[in-house]
Design a protein around this ligand. Structure first.
Ligand code: CP
Length: 314
């Protein structure tokens, strides 16, 4: 694996390899062991054209725990603000001996374009990690979500999983659905208002419903999605209160799921909109463990792409 751009088409053995690697990094990610030198001498550039709390920070922590040199480019104060193009920015950072780019961009396909550009320049040693591009993909979020499910449910092949909410604008949902399918989850239910579900969902082999109660009936895992107001440009007309009324995960609705069902959310949450605070902070929520697992997963991906995964797991 040279770059991590999407989970679409990524075979199950690679997903399992990443989970095994993440297992081996759990102690370091949780700071029982301080650092390992696997990326010593490598430069990782975090380039986030969209805001982030979890992804940018956990990529930074993961790189630091692997002893890489980490540079966080501040887009607001960078020469992007003077009109420098994305690819010129990449060329200049390559001239500073970048080894790995972690890219978040509003445009779907930006990380793919960067990977093509690096190949055209003959920079085959430089790696690209997609940290979320437009509505397209958020592969490390999909991986850490699967790793969280594996932690709590142990295996995938007997699970029923509901993915609920604003699927239309969600790169997270696309990566989750790709990974759930690859890992053999037999029943993936995708639920949301008609206006917030993409048309071609049925082709992905998932069950589509516009009824939240039906979606939640007897499920093992509930993956809630954020209502992405910033991508709607006024096209979605329900108020947040109306949305909560129809699509919010409340304690009453949660009772429809299995008693040991886990509740997930990639964050940031709109409390009181797609999820009630009492559910987000309740005993079935694993939303903060998702964040912690993101460090080990990102360490795993860094080492796999850099070709320095520990013995037996490379
Ligand atoms: N889940 C996620 O991508 O969160 P951030 O936008 O804070 O990185």
């Amino acid at each position: 694996l040279r770059h991590l751009l999407t989970l679409d088409g990524l075979p199950e053995p690679i997903l399992q390899q990443i989970f095994s690697l993440a297992d081996s990094f759990l102690e370091v990610s949780e700071r029982a062991v301080k650092k390992v030198p696997l990326l010593r001498g490598k430069s990782v550039f975090n380039i986030f054209f969209e805001n982030s709390t979890r992804t940018r920070t956990t990529f930074e922590i993961a790189a630091a725990r692997l002893s890489a040199d980490v540079v966080n480019l501040n887009i607001a104060t960078s020469s992007t603000a003077k009109g420098e193009s994305l690819l010129d920015t990449i060329d200049n950072l390559c001239a500073m001996m970048a080894d790995m780019f972690v890219i978040r961009h509003a445009a779907s396909g930006a990380p793919v374009r960067i990977a093509q550009h690096l190949a055209e320049r003959g920079l085959d040693h430089v790696r690209v990690l997609n940290a979320g591009d437009g509505r397209h993909a958020h592969p490390t979020q999909g991986l850490l979500d699967m790793y969280t499910i594996r932690h709590y449910k142990k295996e995938f092949t007997r699970l029923t999983v509901a993915v609920v909410g604003d699927v239309l604008h969600s790169r997270v949902a696309r990566s989750e659905i790709a990974a759930l399918t690859t890992l053999g989850v037999p029943e993936v239910r995708v639920a949301g208002p008609k206006t917030l579900l993409p048309k071609a969902l049925g082709e992905l082999g998932v069950q589509v419903t516009h009824d939240l109660d039906e979606a939640l009936d007897g499920v093992d895992v509930i993956m809630m999605l954020r209502l992405q107001n910033e991508r709607m440009h006024g096209s979605f007309i329900a108020t947040t209160a109306e949305y909560h009324e129809c699509w919010g995960l409340t304690p009453e609705r949660l009772k429809r799921a299995k008693p040991d069902a886990i509740v997930m959310h990639p964050g940031p949450m709109n409390r009181g909109v797609e999820i009630a605070s009492s559910v987000a902070d309740g005993p079935q929520a694993v939303i903060l463990p998702q964040v912690t697992f993101g460090i080990a997963i990102r360490m795993a991906v860094f080492t796999l792409l850099a070709g320095v995964a520990p013995g037996g797991l490379a």
